[in-house]
Each structure stands twice: as C-alpha cells, then as structure tokens.
Design a protein around this ligand. Structure first.
Ligand code: SF4
Length: 361
C-alpha cells in the first residue's frame, strides 16, 4: 500500500490528467509508489485504458486512491463525423468546456495519419484558415494533445499497445504548434516512448506558420521530428497581408532558421502552399518561391484551398484555384525545377480538410 499520494488541489487540476505525463514525470508524481507501478500505469494508459478501474493488475485500494486524486483523460469526444472518403473528424470537449477538433486521414491501405491540434483557437490570423478566424482561447495541455492521438487510434480500429492503427502524425490541426512547444514536446515524448505507443518521431511532422525562434528551438532541443513550413507565398509583401506572422518573422529570418534546422536535422523540409485562386498562383509567386528555396533541401506541397464559406481577402471572396490555373502553376514549377507533390483532397465533406477546422465554442 502506498502512503498518501499527493492530493489534487483545485489549482493543480490541470496537473491531474495522467494521459499527458511522461513516464519519468509519472514516477515522480506518484512517488513514493515504486517505479514499476508508474511503468504499469503508463503502459496501460498508452495501451488505451481510459480509467483506473480497467487496470486490474493494480491492487484495488490503489485503483481507488488513484481515481480519487487523478483522472486518466481530461477531455471527451462530443461528436464523430465520417466523410464518404473515410476521413473521420472528432469534435472534442476539453475539461474547461472549450472545443477542439482532430482528424484521421486514411489512404485506404496501411497509412493512417492523425492530424492533431495544439491550441484551442489560434492567434495567428492567417486569412485563408477557418481556425484563424476564431478567437484564441489557450494552449492545449500535453494530456489534451495525447488524448487526441488515443481517440484517433481507437477510431482507426486497432487500439491497443503500440501505435496501433496510426502510422503517422501531423501537427497541422488547430493552432500554431511552435507557440506551445513545451507541452507539444511532452506529448511527443509520451507518444514516442518505447514503453508506450512507440511511434517514431520521424513519423511526426510539425507544421508552423513561420515562427523563427520556435524553429531554432526545435533544431536545438528536438525532438527530431519532420518540419513543414506553411509558406503560401514567398512574395514578402503578399505574405504579410495573407499571414500576419510575416511582419514579425520576415522571410529572410525564416530562411536563416530553416537553414539552421537543416544543419542539425539534415532532413528535407516541406513547404506547404495553400493555393488561393487568383491570389498566389502568379508567375511572381513561383519566382520568389524559387529564390526562397535556393540553398535549402525542400519539397513543395500544393494544397488547393479548401472552401470555407464567408472568407474574404481584402474584400474579395476567397475561391479555390481553377483547374487551368492549377495546371499553369505546376507547369511553371516544373520549368523552375522545383520538386512538388499535391495534397489529395480529403475530409471536405465533414469540414475536416486543411484550413477547415473550427470547432465552435
Ligand atoms: S493556418 Fe495554422 S497558424 Fe494559420 S490561422 Fe490556421 S491554424 Fe493558425
């Protein structure tokens, strides 16, 4: 029998959700319980146990005590929407009533990608993104990020120890991940732990709108994940109008940060280009992109804008690029010798495609 576990006070409420604890943190939190007990609890939570009652290998009195002081999860699924293409979108209610969304994208074979959110709302205000139009509420806790992964793994249909049905994670849901790097680091440490789900960090992509200091921090302290920059256009003047982050993180500084990241990680960076019909599909955008990509090892990912009703840019309604416009753009890319891929359209039917996330609160 343990002596009294530390009691959960109201102020420490957010510290009582065990899904977000790394094994080392859990061992410390539950001290003086022996470490192997923390290991049992950690691997059971990683394996999908949603309550202490399910951990029948623990003495009953301990299960009871844990239940009185802590919870396994902090959030719950409030709605589950499935598109005809198989994409599943989860609406999740947080412990304080806030709402976020997470998406499972399958390729119909063996690749299931979990798209996770890191903030409730987003402060970045990118004009083409539904999340950016919401007010920013707060950063998510490590537990709230890990729980999205656990919920989606269950949705993928192969829950249990290990990564289960999830082959990849993209941190591209609601929010700017590099503004919540500490909690994201903890969440990644939990998800990649070999004693738990054991997903390789190489299968995780963190996508930023362009926070140079965050990119440097990631390069310096890890984890060794893949990096994507939501570039949209390399024309500075246009980018400042589309993505206000450019005013404080100019492209020159961003490129320098990407170079540093590449020196440390030596891994190809993805430049995401959300293509907005009639706005950033000009020859100038390609030329500037060519200049920006010089000296970097990058691949461009083209994402034709996914429609969201009522979104405007300087008085003009946003629209997706026409097929001719898209073809002309890719032809120019090829002429410039810029490697690119095109994102398949997934999840539009449930508002779960890129730029469409926006849980009401
Ligand atoms: S694109 Fe990303 S960073 Fe920009 S507003 Fe949307 S969620 Fe925020």
């Amino acid at each position: 029998m343990p002596s009294a576990l530390p009691r959960k006070t109201p102020e420490a409420k957010e510290k009582g959700f065990l899904a977000g604890y790394t094994l080392a943190e859990l061992a410390e939190l539950l001290s003086p319980l022996p470490r192997y007990r923390a290991g049992q609890i950690f691997s059971r939570i990683s394996g999908g146990a949603a309550s202490f009652g399910e951990m029948t290998e623990l003495p009953k009195s301990l299960r009871q005590e844990l239940g009185e002081k802590y919870s396994v999860y902090s959030s719950e699924i409030s709605a589950r929407l499935t598109d005809r293409d198989g994409t599943a979108k989860l609406q999740i209610t947080l412990y304080d009533g806030g709402k976020i969304e997470a998406v499972l994208l399958g390729d119909g074979k063996d690749r299931n990608t979990a798209c996770l959110s890191t903030q409730a709302g987003c402060p970045m205000g990118c004009v083409f993104c539904k999340t950016g139009a919401l007010s920013f509420k707060r950063n998510l806790l490590s537990a709230e990020i890990v729980e999205q992964f656990l919920f989606l793994r269950k949705t993928a249909g192969k829950a249990g120890p290990g990564a289960g049905g999830i082959s990849n994670i993209v941190i591209m849901g609601m929010g700017e991940p590099l503004l919540n790097l500490e909690e994201l680091r903890r969440a990644i440490a939990v998800i990649t732990a070999k004693e738990g789900s054991g997903l390789s960090p190489r299968r995780i992509t963190v996508s930023t709108s362009g926070i140079a200091a965050g990119i440097r921090d990631l390069a310096e302290k890890g984890p060794p994940v893949r990096l994507a920059l939501s570039l949209t256009t390399a024309d500075s003047e246009l980018r400042e109008r589309l993505m206000p982050v450019t005013r404080t993180n100019p492209l020159k500084e961003l490129k320098a940060a990407l170079k540093e990241y590449q020196k440390t990680e030596n891994r190809r960076i993805t430049l995401e280009m959300v293509l907005l019909g009639g706005i950033n599909t000009r020859q100038k955008d390609i030329e500037e992109l060519g200049r920006f990509a010089e000296g970097l090892d990058v691949i461009v990912n083209l994402i034709p804008w996914n429609p969201v009703e009522g979104m405007f840019f300087e008085g003009r309604a946003l629209r997706e690029p026409e097929s001719g416009e898209l073809a002309a753009f890719t032809e120019l890319l090829e002429k410039q010798g810029i490697a690119y891929t095109r994102r398949r359209r997934k999840g539009r039917g449930v508002g779960g495609a890129c730029g469409q996330l926006g849980a009401a609160d």
